[in-house]
Write a protein of this length. Structure first.
Length: 196
């Protein structure tokens, strides 16, 4: 059976780096779906629907491809924290997260562009943040400009200052649960997986 090319439906540089851990060669094609229109009864359902919508939108334009869609959200209590609208919104989000445990959920979808077969799953990681001063939060926002990240932070930039404890998959918090994705890819037709 011929191998299918792998297409990542995301412009995230973090997802690209993580995908390289398990897939040698892949292309990037960004979907233009509007996540604000997605409705779901649970945060997990939202992440799954958004990931699938991205993968399906890109799969329509591809041939002989496995298209990977992913969507990462931060959940505090029952509230989904998406990407902040501006710096003030980022500050508000980070302030609410400090000293508390949140869930980071990434929905993952793989769509076969030829058969439109799909597999989906999600990963949940718990993150406990330390308490931080307003000054520390403002400094983080000015330095790292996290307006393109769910929950207004990137774990790899704030590890030592903000993070108290991580329970679960670290890669998931960065934006792509690699172990879960490798397992899902193993259920599909052959694709060029990296050996390491």
């Amino acid at each position: 059976m011929p191998k299918k090319k792998v297409v990542l439906a995301s412009s995230s540089p973090r997802r690209k780096e993580l995908l390289k851990k398990i897939v040698k060669n892949f292309k990037v094609s960004v979907s233009s779906i509007d996540e604000t229109k997605i409705k779901a009864r649970s945060p997990e359902g939202f992440a799954l629907k958004a990931a699938l919508a991205k993968a399906e939108a890109v799969a329509e334009k591809q041939k002989n491809a496995l298209v990977i869609g992913a969507d990462t959200i931060v959940v505090l209590g029952k509230k989904i924290l998406g990407k902040p609208k501006n710096k003030a919104d980022a500050f508000k989000m980070l302030k609410s997260l400090c000293g508390r445990v949140q869930k980071v959920i990434t929905g993952v979808a793989i769509v076969d562009s030829d058969t439109l077969e799909k597999v989906t799953s999600y990963e949940v990681t718990k993150v406990k943040m330390k308490k931080a001063s307003d000054q520390t939060i403002h400094h983080y926002i000015e330095t790292f400009k996290p307006l393109d990240k769910a929950g207004a932070y990137g774990i790899q930039e704030m590890d030592k200052v903000f993070i108290n404890k991580i329970v679960g998959d670290y890669d998931n918090v960065v934006g792509l649960p690699v172990k879960l994705l490798k397992k899902l890819l193993g259920t599909k037709v052959p694709c060029p997986l990296a050996t390491n």
